[in-house]
Write a protein of this length. Structure first.
Length: 534
């Protein structure tokens, strides 16, 4: 991979000057929402300059993609300058953002800024409002193949041709699959190639504003190749997601286990026989996680499960925080948690004061998730001492500290002991590249500390310690354009490597394919039971 130190140095020299120009925004009522070519050129240069000075670049991710993010962003300069409509400018800026290959970063609408006729998925965190009645997945055994993995059980949802599970997607809305994949790639934010394919497959069936309206019709037209070699064309309606009764053919299932109870964090499955194994279908590390894990531990004591082996199925998990709290209860071994740092830039003083206000008001340090071991004082101590010193000395990055200072102070080695009450058996984890973020941290803790056995594939391959977002204005005006994000801190795996674009790899690789999607979970479970000795 070719690095661009000279370009990065040049942009660093002009970053402050451009930022100051961007900050001065006299009123310009005559400007259109899409601005003039000169304003769009200045906006683009501002984005590049701020990205150069703020972004926490990941060399491992750049090597994975074989590209330099600043060079990839620069390729869209002419498109931004020539974008003379609101829609054209929004999607040009989205391409600029996605050129960094970062799943966490997006572009969103702001009051008074660019407008789109349809905005679901890019405004206020709103997800897709319409879905076609099929689910599509990538075949990880063949980089060119996508296939139908699930369908609605309502025959009325297929008025113009039936899609069958296992059908290969040959074309989407008239575009051959390879051409479609190339066309939609710039609109996809993804840190890791395997995750890109999963997200692209999901988005085939969702109608959102993530891509221009020209990619969609009144329905979704698919050309499909059957497993018997036949080729059919179907046109599927877009429906409200809650109205689709899925067959769940490719969703988690565990032969020989029965669902005991469910929480927002996990579903607990017990064996039909006397095997001492529990299966948890894990859904994420969100605001009820600590209470839900505590409920499991109470039940484990009551029912004498603490010597059981645990299988954690993370294939349907999302992100969140406080995963180390769960790990402390799922293993009898001490372990090193993940670490993180901050890129030193103009953002740091603003970030520090933002956290001071948030913690002072009694808020959480991370998106509503209650931290398990501290009230925010560890974080503020670090920001007011080590981080302030890094700013004063002109360092490029701060020191690495335990992740978000949630579980240990800045001077800690990050080694956490098991909770007083914990499982004493063995640990097995399942992952696929569907989602990442804190799930990637959980997987790296298991892998790098040798806490358990991972079967399946990698998680999604994305995790940043901190992001920063702010409204972009046309330089020299008070006209807002969009909200833009930056990754301003690395997540550090327990083995010392940057995590972004560098996920934990499985101990047993089992690819999800068109041939095995119906039996995939049975195969994962069979391998887990073999590892556990039957």
């Amino acid at each position: 991979m070719t690095r661009l130190p000279n370009n990065r140095s040049r942009w660093s020299l002009v970053a402050l000057a451009v930022f100051l120009a961007w900050s001065c925004r006299p009123n310009d009522e005559t400007s259109s929402r899409a601005g003039t070519p000169e304003q769009r050129a200045a906006l683009f240069d501002t984005v590049i300059a701020l990205t150069t000075s703020r972004e926490a670049f990941s060399p491992a991710k750049e090597q994975h993609w074989g590209s330099d993010p600043l060079m990839s962003m620069a390729a869209y300069r002419d498109e931004v300058v020539g974008a003379d409509t609101e829609e054209a400018l929004f999607y040009a800026l989205e391409k600029v953002s996605n050129a960094r290959n970062d799943r966490h970063l997006d572009v969103s609408l702001v009051p008074g800024g660019l407008r789109l006729a349809e905005s679901a998925g890019v405004e206020g965190g709103v997800g897709p409002t319409h879905l076609a009645p099929v689910r599509i997945l990538p075949d990880y055994g063949d980089p060119s193949v996508y296939f139908v993995a699930d369908v609605s059980e309502d025959p009325a949802h297929f008025p113009e041709g039936q899609a069958e599970p296992g059908d290969q997607v040959i074309s989407v809305n008239g575009r051959p699959m390879a051409e479609y994949e190339t066309a939609v790639r710039p609109y996809q934010a993804s840190s890791y190639k395997a995750n890109l394919r999963w997200r692209l497959a999901e988005d085939i069936t969702a109608r959102t504003a993530i891509m221009p309206a020209s990619f969609y019709g009144d329905g979704l037209k698919l050309e499909l190749g059957g497993e018997d070699g036949t080729v059919t064309t179907v046109t599927l309606p877009y429906l409200h997601p809650d109205s689709i009764p899925w067959a769940d053919l490719s969703e988690p299932n565990y032969p020989g286990f029965q669902l005991e109870y469910s929480t927002p964090t996990y579903d607990l499955h017990l064996p039909d026989d006397d095997r001492s194994v529990l299966v948890l279908t894990w859904y994420g590390f969100r605001d009820t996680m600590i209470d839900d894990v505590d409920k499991l531990m109470d039940l484990a004591v009551e029912r004498d499960w603490l010597d059981y082996d645990l299988i954690i199925d993370g294939t349907r998990s999302g992100g969140g925080s406080a995963g180390a709290y769960a790990v402390q209860r799922f293993t009898p071994k001490p372990f090193k948690t993940t670490f993180g740092n901050l890129r030193i830039s103009d953002v740091v003083p603003l970030f520090t004061e933002s956290k001071r206000r948030e913690i002072g008001a009694g808020g959480s340090m991370d998106s509503g998730v209650p931290e398990a071991m501290d009230d925010g004082s560890w974080l503020m101590e670090w920001l007011d001492t080590d981080v302030a010193d890094s700013v004063a000395t002109g360092a490029e990055y701060t020191n690495n500290v335990p992740f978000k200072l949630a579980h240990a102070s800045k001077d800690s080695d990050g080694i956490l002991k098991p909770a007083p009450i914990h499982f004493r058996g063995r640990l097995v984890c399942f992952f696929v590249p569907r989602r990442g973020s804190h799930l990637d941290q959980f997987a790296s803790i298991v892998k790098d500390n040798n806490l358990g056995h991972i079967i399946g594939m990698t998680p999604g391959g994305y995790s940043n310690t901190w992001e920063w977002d702010e409204v972009l204005y046309f330089p020299g005006t008070d006209r807002p354009v969009v909200r833009f994000m930056w990754n301003v801190g690395h997540s550090i795996r327990p083995n010392g490597e940057i995590l972004e674009g560098n996920p934990a790899h499985p101990d047993e690789l089992v690819l999800l394919t068109r041939e095995n999607f119906r039996t995939y979970y049975g195969e994962l479970l069979e391998r887990a039971m073999t590892y556990l000795g039957g």
